[in-house]
Design a protein around this ligand. Structure first.
Ligand code: 9G3
Length: 567
């Protein structure tokens, strides 16, 4: 393509609202333009790289027998009312009314739509397992869109859905998807981890997130330094064991701790480390109140608390509820002498403690020499703390490190969550109506593109991996006014295209400096520059990522490029 005829508006400066490299570079290099917060146009070269990611996804889906379809973005509210999700999703679900004032959701995801289709069209076990997918824009009214394509309000997603006759069959489909995702993100050149995740509100059991390691990632991953173990920080179980202190339990004492507010202040005041104190936090868990006790240096993991009680709602108790229940505020809570209506649970680490301090449930007072079992009872010990760096890896291999990650994929075993609510059944081989077993599998295609830029750039611009770049070659003629340069560049353009090579040809009447700067921004892996030595039929070839360059004669260029891309 000739740049003189294309819309590729480059910018010298970072847009003010762009905080991260992928957002800055995709805008500066003329790949995307924002039309409203979290809503972007893909300009011509942006569409090309997006299509490259899409096609990798498409190929890997079709390799495992998933068939592409296209569902509508307008979803009748009736379907979402069948599963109850019309109300559970609040302002994030974008909704519109048609001319007859009928309510629709703008597609945030398509479990309801696909299940309503399949329940009408699939009757027999002979038609299962069935896996379909689509690649389509999704709409989610994020409260705080940011980081460009990483968290948008309209974004490109591949969403796949499987319908199986049994959980064993679902496991097979899930494993195929898992492998397909691994292939996809490898082909995108990404450094990623498949992370054990919490299924959250989605119901279902197993679920994995595919996380691209990146400092700008919103999620924290706990991964083993010696194995492939990785888990979302919310899920990672703590397998550390604690040996009981051999200290003899002493008589509990009540001490005055005037104006000591934080755990650290109390520990300093009483002259011990954080790990010699008990942290007691009051939660509301569904309709009841639960005091969660951890060692002073640990953090309560509210997702684990939610899973322990299989609760729908888990949130910090309010200050006034805490006062009403305990007669004191947050700062001096403790597990000793807690009212009947408050259930006390503790993390495993607490069980091994002896002679530690805790709040006395009285403003300005604490207890010292508190020992669980002697001075207070708990209704359960459980794994209730966040895993920490240095903890042993749950798979027994190595120790845990933390990394930030960008979630680019998420696979779920849904089970019967949707098919039961929507009565999607099939006749099994005994002729018995049976509820279908489902899985759903998502990839953020536009988010994946941004994640690739996060991992592939330098201070001059993007350095696309070969599979993703918008073109194979960026051909520059430095001074088209010079006949021999224009001649040679035009000839090379034709020769390369004839050889099936995708070429972006900078034939503009611009200064060389502008062309080189734009070329570095675009990130096409191989640049061919026609300049001063055009008269000798010699051009310069340069690799964008490494900066390696060499002079080639005109007849060597096509084979060089074919060889470089193994075309
Ligand atoms: C909504 C809104 C936001 C949402 C959802 C629904 C996330 C929602 C989870 C999923 C699960 C899978 C199919 C592809 C893979 C992921 N955010 N989820 O269901 F209405 Cl506003 O989307 N769906």
């Amino acid at each position: 393509m000739r740049q003189s005829q294309m819309l590729i508006p480059t910018l010298k400066e970072n847009p003010a609202d762009a905080e991260i490299k992928s957002h800055q570079l995709l805008v500066r290099a003329g790949y995307i333009r924002q039309i409203a917060s979290g809503i972007y146009s893909f300009l011509p070269i942006g569409r090309r790289v997006l299509s490259n990611v899409e096609n990798i996804v498409r190929e890997e889906m079709e390799k495992i027998g998933a068939h592409e379809m296209m569902m509508p973005a307008l979803e009748p509210s009736e379907l979402w009312k069948e599963t109850g999700r019309w109300t559970t999703f609040g302002s994030e679900l974008m909704r519109i009314n048609d001319r007859h004032n009928r309510e629709f959701a703008l597609g945030a995801t398509h479990e309801e739509v696909i299940t309503s289709l399949v329940r009408n069209e699939v009757k027999s076990y002979k038609q299962l397992p069935l896996t379909v997918f689509q690649i389509q824009n999704k709409f989610r009214d994020e409260a705080r869109p940011r980081f460009g394509l990483l968290r948008g309000r309209e974004f490109l997603m591949k969403d796949a859905y499987s319908f199986n006759e049994s959980y064993e069959s679902l496991d097979e489909t899930y494993d195929k998807m898992f492998q397909a995702y691994t292939n996809i993100f490898n082909r995108c050149g990404l450094n990623f981890r498949a992370v054990i995740a919490d299924s959250g509100a989605m119901g279902g059991k197993d679920t994995h997130e595919f996380m691209v390691l990146s400092e700008v990632g919103e999620d924290v991953i706990a991964y083993s330094d010696s194995s492939s173990y990785a888990a979302n920080i919310e899920m990672a179980p703590v397998v550390a064991t604690y040996e009981k202190s051999d200290e003899a339990p002493k008589e509990m004492e009540k001490v005055s701790t005037p104006n000591q507010k934080t755990m650290q202040e109390v520990a300093d005041f009483l002259g011990h480390g954080l790990e010699q104190g008990l942290k007691s936090i009051m939660f509301q868990v569904d309709e009841e109140y639960v005091m969660v006790v951890t060692r002073g240096d640990h953090e309560v993991n509210d997702v684990k608390l939610k899973n322990l009680f299989d609760a729908g709602l888990v949130e910090l108790a309010s200050e006034e509820d805490t006062r009403r229940l305990m007669g004191t505020g947050f700062g001096s809570l403790g597990p000793v002498d807690v009212p009947e209506e408050v259930k006390v649970v503790a993390d495993h680490a607490v069980e091994a403690l002896v002679n530690v301090s805790s709040g006395a449930n009285e403003e300005g007072y604490h207890y010292t020499n508190v020992t669980p079992g002697k001075d207070f009872e708990v209704s359960a010990y459980a794994d209730l703390r966040f895993i920490e760096e240095g903890d042993p890896s749950p798979d027994g291999e190595g120790t845990i490190q933390f990394a930030r990650g960008i979630e680019v994929g998420h696979v779920f075993k849904l089970g019967e969550f949707y098919s039961e609510r929507m009565n999607a059944t099939f006749l099994n081989d005994q002729g018995k109506a049976t509820t279908m077993i489902m899985g759903s599998y998502g990839i953020g295609v536009s988010r994946t593109l941004a994640a690739i830029v996060e991992q592939y750039h330098d201070d001059r611009g993007i350095t696309w991996p070969a599979n993703i770049a918008p073109y194979h070659v960026h051909l520059l003629s430095l001074n088209p006014k010079k006949e021999e340069q224009k001649e040679l560049a035009d000839q090379l353009y034709e020769e390369l295209k004839q050889a099936g090579i995708e070429v972006l040809y900078d034939d503009r009447k611009e200064r060389a400096g502008v062309k080189f700067a734009d070329s570095d921004l675009f990130g096409v892996p191989v640049r061919v520059t026609v300049g001063k030595r055009a008269g000798e039929g010699v051009v310069e070839v340069k690799e964008r990522a490494t900066g390696d360059q060499q002079d080639l004669e005109q007849h060597e260029v096509v084979s060089y490029v074919k060889n470089w891309y193994k075309l």
